[in-house]
Design a protein around this ligand. Structure first.
Ligand SMILES: *Cc1c(COP(=O)(O)O)cnc(C)c1O
Length: 433
């Protein structure tokens, strides 16, 4: 991979396209780090990028670290680097020690405490990598990891294993090798361009890569995975959006995890993308202490629907080394879906998925609505808890005439399957009376 230390990392395709100017917030912490920042600077992604926090010194100031604590944090950010844009930092409420934005971006000693729990590559993406950076797991789509760089390093990242590569980008030759592979593999109809964050790479190179992919007639759809609208919304410039729109049909997936991330700036960034004919969908990660409650998740999904960003997936947090403190029970995800389905609009309900360790792929989980089944009936329940017998036409179950579980269920439904155990329980109940 090519190491790039160049500050203007996205190249020269950009004109100065500012968002509707947003006043820089006047919180104390921002004044301390960037005294006298102008509105123009605040709304310029280049300023945001070059003023992002990433050093030990900045972390020491941010957390008021004493010398004894500092060495532990030094080890922490040596292992897992950090980067926070002034914009994303400004969303933190520093009076709240459990602030959900802070949990996602500020290095946490917990990351070192769980070094023996989890896997470095839980999804075994390494095993499914065909040419460097290209993960081909599902029959008809491939995932191109084009950079390890992000504008903000999520502390819960599933690709923490890549962080030791620093901030690097695939070279043009490596990208060309991916295109060759995709050209040869006749099954692929969709390519997901992700990272890292692909929108941090040189945009001429990204434009070229997407264009090369577009020369493959069989390739129907492109998808971009990026957190730029959430962590650096001023980076969604007119120039960038026009470039992406030239490669439609193209879908863009982002990652809002908390309603506090939905701000005037991030709304405008999404709106720009949507107006260019690029649908925006959202993949949240279920994170302990961030969004692991029905109330927060519902508020987030409602807010997303209002800004026309479709909730797509809710991910169970992967068992990745250094992120164990974010993981919740899978029942929490199921409970959230349970409390949404039927209670609110289907367009704002994501699919809860567990990405199976070992490369098993995404497995959707949802509450049990199908309680039982027989030859010609199923027993369902609805979102209110009402149990419903539903006539099921066609005899697909139990046709062989054997005493299948389904036939037994049928007798239970019909009230004719009085087993010895059932009788015993009934007689005991009778004795008790
Ligand atoms: C998540 C993922 C995809 C895309 O899956 P969808 O269900 O289509 O969103 C493709 N490839 C890999 C390796 C993935 O992890």
């Amino acid at each position: 991979m090519l190491k790039v230390y160049n500050k203007s990392f996205r190249g020269t395709m950009e004109k100065d396209c500012l968002l509707k100017e947003e006043e820089p917030p006047s919180q104390g912490i921002l004044q301390r780090f960037w005294p006298g920042v102008t509105t123009r600077q605040w709304n310029d992604w280049r300023w945001q990028q070059s003023n992002s926090l990433r050093s030990m010194q900045a972390l020491t100031e941010l957390l008021n670290l004493r010398p004894r604590e500092a060495s532990r944090y030094e080890e922490l950010i040596w292992r897992y680097h950090y980067r926070i844009t002034p914009y994303y930092l400004s969303l933190i409420d520093f009076d709240n020690p459990h602030d959900p934005i802070r949990r996602q971006c500020v290095p946490d000693i917990n990351e070192l405490d769980f070094q023996r729990v989890g896997h470095s590559d839980p999804l075994e993406e390494g095993e499914d990598t065909q040419v460097p950076g290209l993960v081909h797991r599902y029959p008809d789509r491939a995932l191109a990891i084009v950079t390890s760089r992000c504008s903000m390093y999520c502390r819960h990242c599933t690709r923490k294993r890549m962080w030791h590569e620093g901030e690097s980008f695939r070279t043009r030759d490596e990208l060309a090798a991916m295109v060759d592979y995709i050209r040869r593999e006749v099954g692929i109809r969709e390519v997901i361009v992700s990272g890292g964050d692909p929108l941090t790479m040189n945009l001429q190179l990204l434009d070229w890569f997407l264009g090369e992919l577009r020369t493959i007639p069989r390739l129907e759809v492109l998808r971009i995975g990026t957190r730029l609208p959430v962590v650096l919304p001023m980076g969604i410039t007119d120039g960038l959006v026009q470039m992406l729109a030239r490669h439609r049909p193209l879908w863009l997936n982002t990652q809002f995890n908390h309603p506090a991330e939905i701000t005037p700036a991030s709304i405008e960034a999404c709106d720009k993308i949507i107006r260019a004919g690029i649908p925006v969908s959202n993949q949240s990660v279920l994170l302990r202490g961030v969004n692991d409650s029905v109330e927060v998740m519902k508020e987030l999904c409602h807010a997303l629907q209002r800004i026309m960003v479709r909730p797509y997936y809710l991910y169970q947090c992967d068992p990745v080394i250094g992120a164990e403190h974010f993981r919740t029970s899978i029942w929490k995800g199921i409970e959230i879906i349970e409390m949404m389905r039927g209670h609110t609009g289907g367009l704002c309900i994501p699919t809860f998925v567990v990405d199976a360790p070992g490369g098993g792929g995404k497995i959707p989980l949802q509450p049990f609505y199908l309680l039982s089944t027989s030859e010609d009936e199923v027993l369902l329940r609805n979102y209110e808890g009402t149990i419903i017998r539903y006539y099921n036409p066609g005899r697909s179950v139990g046709e062989s005439g054997q005493d299948t579980g389904a036939q037994q269920t049928h007798r239970i439904l019909a009230g004719t399957d009085i087993t010895a155990r059932y009788k015993r329980r009934r007689s005991k109940a009778a004795l008790a009376h």
